[in-house]
Write a protein that binds this ligand. Structure first.
Ligand code: GCU
Length: 340
């Protein structure tokens, strides 16, 4: 029986001291409780619990309470916790094929990214690729939206402006290369260490979406935010594969259904909270500026030849771009119709 199994989140005692039949699933998150990912996880937990008559409870641990993303990924692997939200960069370090989805130039909009995420024909094999060796199933993901560069002193408008600046990146070879191609000097560091490194002057800048710029308070210590728009980033929901297999099929299907609903919920929140975050940052004195987008876009072109190399990666990239191109063409046609 699942809830009686050691390691499946444990059993809690009810008011008369008998074990209840609730299965508790711990999920680790490195964001604050204002962040859309926290809100979407809350929604997921409530909906899944309701749909299963309270037999499952999702317990969210925000603010890196359980550790950095690198650490919580290991905890999911070992079975210490059941689930975690981790950035695409973390999965790249387990299987390089994930780089294709987390590469600058792969997506140019959130819509394209979400459409691909939901297309099991494209991502199914990739999402199951970690099950046997790493005991990780990928359920899906939440967008990180558009990532941009922000700096402590210098205003960035062109790749030349980044010369000599130490810019924090996530722990990923591809992201190190990304900042180098954009003109800067890359420093990999875990998310929770960025604020103090910016404050201490160890870093000259970082790159992230406006939401994290606000919720992680980086806006307090780096107030020039340049719309380099170099990447539509992606977070994944990872889950213990042994747990996923052990859950009765009916509950597993409900888990997938409610997770998918939470992805839609997250995307809606994301758009509004990005705007709100920019306003909050401006109130704190942050300044946002446009850049020479073409120069940054061109600078990033070589990344594809370096990181999309195996036949599988090329096939995956081609399938993704086919979906993305179709959506891009649809958006373009719709814009032209409105303008004519
Ligand atoms: C975003 C993303 C996180 C990631 C962070 C980072 O906030 O949602 O998953 O850890 O960027 O830059 O490290």
């Amino acid at each position: 029986m699942l809830s009686g199994c050691a390691g499946f989140g444990g059993i809690k005692l009810d008011s008369v001291g008998k074990p209840d039949t609730v299965t508790y699933l711990k999920v680790a998150l490195n964001q604050t409780t204002e962040h859309p990912s926290y809100k979407a996880l809350e929604f997921f937990g409530k909906e899944f619990s309701k749909a299963t008559g309270g037999r499952y409870q999702i317990e969210i641990f925000p603010n890196e309470q359980l550790g950095s993303q690198q650490e919580v990924l290991q905890m999911v692997k070992s079975g210490a916790i059941e689930m975690a939200i981790v950035s695409g960069t973390q999965l790249e370090n387990v299987n390089k094929d994930f780089q294709v989805l987390d590469m600058p130039t792969t997506f140019t909009s959130i819509d394209q990214q979400i459409a691909v995420l939901k297309d099991r024909e494209i991502v199914g094999k990739l999402f199951e690729s970690l099950e046997k060796r790493d005991n990780i199933t990928v359920l899906g993901g939440y967008t990180q939206g558009s990532r941009n560069v922000y700096t402590t002193d210098r205003v960035i408008k062109t790749p030349a402006d980044l010369k000599g600046l130490k810019i924090r990146v996530q722990e990923s070879d591809m992201h190190i290369r990304m900042i180098e191609l954009m003109g800067g000097s890359a420093t990999p560091l875990s998310y929770g260490e960025v604020y103090s490194a910016l404050q201490a002057g160890v870093l000259d800048g970082a790159e992230n979406n406006a939401v994290s710029y606000n919720t992680a308070k980086h806006m307090e210590v780096a107030n020039h935010y340049a719309y380099t728009n170099h990447l539509i980033g992606l977070d994944y929901m990872i889950l213990r594969a042994d747990l996923f297999r052990a859950v009765p099929e009916k509950d597993r299907n409900l888990l997938i259904e409610k997770w998918n609903d939470s992805m839609d919920f997250h995307t809606k929140l994301w758009i509004d909270y990005t705007k709100e975050s920019e306003e909050i940052a401006k109130e704190h004195g942050a300044e946002f500026n446009e850049v020479d987008s073409e120069a940054f876009f061109n600078a990033l072109q070589p990344i594809k030849d370096q990181f999309v190399v195996t036949p599988y990666q090329k096939e995956l990239y081609a399938k993704i771009r086919a979906v993305a191109d179709e959506l891009e063409a649809g958006t373009k046609a719709a814009t032209e119709t409105t303008q004519s």
